[in-house]
Design a protein around this ligand. Sequence first.
Ligand SMILES: [Zn+2]
Length: 335
Amino acid sequence: MLEKYGKAFDNKAILRTPQWLKMQSKNAKQKAKKFAKEEKESLKACPICESEEVVEFAKIYAFIYKECQNCQNLFLSNPLKDLKKLYTNDGKESAFECYLSDALFTKRLEHIAKPKVGFIDEIAKNCENKLWLDIGSGGGENLYAAKALGYEVVGYESDLKLLQFSNEKLKGDYVKQGFLDIQNCDKSLLETIKNAGIITFFNVLEHLSNPKQVLEFFAQNMQKNALLVIEVPRHPSLSSYVNALASDKVYRHLIPPFHLNIFSEKALKILGGGGQLKVVGKWAFGQGFMDLLHSFKDFDKNKALYEKLSQLSNPIQKILDANDLADFLILVFQK
Ligand SMILES: [Zn+2]
């Protein structure tokens, strides 16, 4: 079992300026208010462990996150009835326009993809099967990093522009159009799930209403010894605390109605693909300290002090991460 805490992070390096951050929280507010008018469900029990012992944790615009008192999972108790409404797009404009830039690709590759892929590679070193499948491959930077380490790579991405961008970067047709639908799984995707040695499924599970069934689907179809790697928002964390207290400033982590679950480690162990998946690696890291700074109105009013505090983020965050307060979790399961 490989365990790791803390990940160096530089807002500036991935072009997150104070202006960008303020715009993000404005957008998050607009979207939440827009979708609040849609028909909603009302969950009475924890979607992971089914306990009815749940308490309100945060109210963000019209959306309520509840915390399970049995497994500590945080879940959106009034999600939209029709989740598809959140992701409909006319295809003319990529919802991820911001990723389609060479400069950002290089930065995301260095600062985000390479460390993650390197961590997984450390665990996968002894595995013979070098087929790496990335579902929801985004701008393709994870596949790029995996390919550079000698893996055979395949990606699936639903956004056409991201897909084309990725294939240009990868210099070949490595990424196909598609997404995971466990009720009606695309044949070639299912085939790749069955053959892969490593499956990465980053930042998707929190958007799905059926995380339990999805992990069970993987567990049933994966090869014995294959790895499934997920990255999810994590609770308890400083970020959850900040989001709950400064609920009009959220722009990541607790973002209703998009994030349906902010997973506790206990919840993920309960999930574990119906007992077929065991945890072999864990990396907890976060940005809660920066979230704390960003929860103040005019947080960059005093630029010199803001810069100085920002530079201390990594060592402070590492202490938080090692003390069970990280807001992100990469979990490596093995079948
Ligand atoms: Zn629970």
